[in-house]
Design a protein around this ligand. Structure first.
Ligand SMILES: [Zn+2]
Length: 106
């Protein structure tokens, strides 16, 4: 990724928001979010048991454990998302760091 990706989380913020996320997972609101068993990102039906709580803006990037910032996410999307924000992922898709080199023959 680009050099401007600044990963410099405030440990106190991360700890506080992770604790809030843990509490949020126990609410009826969260149970309603995962009830359909559908991932927010790929829209695959993976079942409620296979969904994790994901922060749209990662906690490590200053995101908060609010209802607006927490979505159900499958394991595959969780693994590919890492600490990028949605805007950064779109940029990454539009401008891949390295595309396969094209070799012209003849
Ligand atoms: Zn997914």
């Amino acid at each position: 990724m680009a050099d401007w990706l600044d990963l410099n989380p405030d440990p106190a913020h991360v700890k506080r928001e992770r604790e809030k996320a843990r509490a949020l997972r126990k609410t009826d609101w969260w149970r309603a979010q995962i009830a359909a068993g559908v991932c927010h990102y790929c829209h695959k039906k993976v079942g409620a048991a296979n969904l994790t709580l994901d922060h749209v803006v990662p906690v490590a990037r200053g995101g908060k454990s609010t209802r607006g910032n927490c979505v159900p996410c499958c394991a595959a999307c969780n693994a590919s998302k890492k600490a990028y924000t949605p805007a950064e992922q779109i940029l990454d898709q539009l401008f891949p760091a390295q595309s396969p080199s094209f070799e012209a023959h003849g």
